[in-house]
Write a protein that binds this ligand. Structure first.
Ligand code: NAD
Length: 367
């Protein structure tokens, strides 16, 4: 056991607490990472609030970036001193992992939300007992974390870890939903519902794909302004106008060929499906609490042959998709850094609050 510290979620709707913990030794397939930075994602907030049943107390955080300190006996992909980004966990063995779909790993929920390793152990123990670890395989709101080697993406030492941290979840989710799942052809139309960190990443993906009509929908004027700067050709404030009418107005009454709902709000999902043109494809990315239902007008939607799908982590294979995003960032074609605001680690609860208030798009806490 080694002494460390972490910011721990203790109860729903309650600020994280800084606690001294003990961390166990990395298992044979794990890597001990010393964290340098971590993004804060909406998913951390909804798990703190127990939309998903990760046992509390828990070390959350799943957009980690850091330096490898030690490796387990069977680890071959990284060595001590390597700089790494952390992404979601998958088993690598099930049929879906074997088919190159790790975001749909048969054990995705257990590995990412279970708060324990597969053998039932947790890395962390505090004065009051066991604290959940391995959130998305990593629990990056800790100084030290034991992370399955499959979660790691090695990056050059010159790469700015404080900037790249959010690529491991929110950014790859939005961009991947567009590039990997929708794969829109150049000149096509797309609507992105919600211009937060995930929605803006989807806009950047739409620009890369060459969509000629990119409609950003949100309720916060400043977010719509930034969406336009990132490449949205049209913006719709759904508090001020009827969104469906606005989209039909922009698209000559046809609707959009592609759409992404990053809000997870049933009424927004309904508008997304109504806004799809014939043979259109819309994806749901935004999370909702277990049991939340949304409607779809099967009467009017049947004859137009639409596709509606759900996407996890942008269908990404992190080891190949994240380096691609870094390359496009370095080329100036993927300016995701415009979404980021950095906070010292001890302001982590302010980072959560600013994200919730809509004043910060993508907080990154720096250790
Ligand atoms: P965010 O809060 O920054 O963005 C959501 C945006 O939706 C905000 O800008 C908000 O103003 C806007 N919004 C709210 N109500 C609206 C309405 N009625 N119409 C239009 N826009 C509205 O959150 P984020 O970090 O961008 O994450 C988005 C969602 O994606 C979250 O639910 C998160 O949990 C989820 N997520 C899913 C995956 C996945 O694998 N599917 C991965 C990461 C995040």
């Amino acid at each position: 056991m080694t002494k460390t510290f972490a910011w721990v979620a203790t109860a729903p709707h309650t600020p994280l607490e800084r606690r001294e913990l003990q961390i166990d030794e990395p298992h044979t397939d794990e890597v001990r990472v010393r964290m340098v930075a971590s993004g804060v994602c909406h998913t951390d907030a909804i798990v703190r609030d127990q939309w998903y049943p990760t046992p509390l107390p828990a070390v959350l955080g799943h957009e980690g970036a850091g330096v490898v300190e030690a490796v387990g006996a069977s680890v071959t992909n990284v060595a001590p001193g390597d700089h790494v980004l952390l992404s979601f966990s998958s088993c690598g063995l099930c049929d879906l992992c074997q088919r190159g779909k790790p975001a749909y790993c048969r054990d995705f929920f257990g590995r990412n939300f279970g708060g324990r390793r597969g053998d039932g152990s947790s890395s962390y123990v505090g004065d009051e007992g066991v604290v959940s670890s391995h959130f998305f395989g990593q629990s990056s709101f800790a100084e030290l974390a034991n992370v399955p080697a499959r979660c790691l993406v090695k990056v050059p030492e010159s790469a700015p870890l404080e900037m790249l941290a959010p690529l491991g979840c929110g950014i790859q989710t939005g961009t991947g939903a567009v590039l990997n799942r929708l794969d829109p052809e150049a000149g096509s139309s797309i609507a992105i519902f919600g211009a937060g960190a995930v929605g803006d990443s989807a806009i950047l993906g739409a620009v890369i794909a060459g969509c000629s009509t990119i409609i950003a929908v949100d309720v916060i004027p400043e977010r719509l302004k930034l969406a336009r700067e990132l490449g949205a050709t049209h913006t719709v404030n759904s508090r001020e106008v009827d969104t469906l009418e606005a989209i039909h107005g922009i698209t000559g009454g046809l609707g959009v060929q592609y759409a992404v709902d990053t809000t997870g709000i049933p009424s927004v999902f309904r508008v997304m499906t109504d806004a799809l043109s014939t043979l259109g494809h819309g994806v749901l990315v935004g999370a909702a609490a277990l049991g939340v239902e949304a409607t779809i007008d099967i009467g009017s939607r049947l004859p137009v042959g639409i596709t509606v799908s759900t996407v996890v982590e942008g269908d990404s294979v992190p080891a190949s998709f994240i380096p691609l995003l870094i390359e496009m960032y370095q080329q100036g074609r993927f300016p995701f850094d415009r979404l980021i605001r950095q906070y010292p680690l001890d302001e982590i609860n302010q980072a959560f609050a600013d994200s919730e208030a809509g004043t910060t798009l993508k907080p990154v806490v720096v250790f």
